[in-house]
Design a protein around this ligand. Structure first.
Ligand SMILES: [Zn+2]
Length: 314
């Protein structure tokens, strides 16, 4: 008789990723479904989760499920109050999915779950004061302080992406202007490349077939890998803004380590070197303190489901 399985599920804006996770944080196998969208009945998202869990469990019994959701999870970790890319609006997701899957489900915000995974098993292993920044379409954040997640009164701590870094700056989806994620994210990287497009020769001309509106983050990454100057300047600009925002967060929290994850972080030091330089230039008392190392995340896109399982285990 095999041990019952612990399954983690990361519910994001584009995909639902489920995985069987060992006690040491290793992912044994995964299954995925497309996220049905944000204007659909909530049951369709729950169907996708249930299907991914069933596929990955492959008929073996479940011990429990950890659910990482890309949205605002309340302080009791029962409901998703709001999710920009998912249909949940105050639903009791924990109870609904526990009922649906017939096994106890624990809920966590996806950025918190990823931060927890990097603290337990990844780039910040053994570090009790850790800050994680996830750079995707926007910026997500998680705080581990004294070896515990900091969730805040409403469960909304760590929403660093909407700190204002430029007064009256770029408009943001949140309704504000000049938010950090408008300058340091996958979207910002694309805008930085589009802004330079046509002013200098670039491999991007071929990659986007001459139409800058078609430029994507992976295109800029690929061009930078090939030594393209325009793409490298775009990374340097976004990296600088990453460091400027980090100086604010590090001034507030004084972490021992900053872990940077998400799709954009695949560029590694091309992004992180300018961030480290900008952090050192912008941080208060930089010459009189130990600067936190700024390191790339280690667990990749599975961090959320790994963290969700570890938080769900008794
Ligand atoms: Zn914003």
């Amino acid at each position: 008789m095999s041990q019952p399985l612990w399954v983690g599920v990361d519910v994001g804006g584009t995909k639902v990723l489920a995985g069987v996770v060992d006690a040491d944080g290793r992912v044994r196998r995964t299954a995925r479904r497309a996220t049905p969208g944000r204007r659909v009945d909530v049951r369709r998202v729950e169907d996708a989760i249930a299907q991914a869990v069933a596929e990955v469990a492959a008929g073996e019994p479940l011990a429990g499920v950890g659910l990482a959701a890309a949205g605002f999870v309340d302080a009791d970790r029962a409901r998703v109050r709001f999710a920009p890319h998912l249909p949940w609006r105050g639903e009791d997701v924990r109870a609904r999915m526990t009922d649906r899957l017939g096994v106890e489900v624990k809920l966590e915000n996806d950025a918190n779950a990823a931060a927890w995974a990097e603290h337990r098993f990844g780039a910040g292993r053994g570090v009790d004061d850790l800050l994680m920044i996830t750079m995707g379409t926007g910026i997500g954040g998680g705080i581990v302080s004294d070896g515990r997640l900091t969730r805040g009164r409403n469960g909304m701590a760590g929403e660093f992406g909407h700190m204002m870094v430029v007064p009256d700056g770029q408009p943001c989806d949140c309704g504000g202007r000049g938010c950090w994620e408008q300058y340091a994210s996958g979207g910002a990287l694309v805008r930085a490349a589009q802004h330079r497009f046509g002013q200098q020769p670039s491999l991007l001309e071929d990659l986007c077939h001459g139409d800058p509106a078609l430029i994507s983050g992976p295109m800029v990454t690929a061009a930078a890998e090939e030594g393209d100057l325009l793409a490298r300047e775009a990374f340097a600009e976004v990296g600088r803004w990453l460091g400027v925002g980090l100086a604010n967060v590090v001034a507030a929290l004084d972490p021992a380590c900053v872990v940077v994850g998400g799709g954009v972080s695949a560029a590694g030091n091309r992004l992180l070197d300018p961030a480290r330089t900008a952090l050192e230039h912008s941080l208060v008392a930089a010459g009189h303190r130990e600067l936190p190392p700024v390191v790339a995340a280690a667990l990749g896109p599975e961090a959320g489901l790994i963290g969700a399982v570890d938080l769900a285990r008794p």
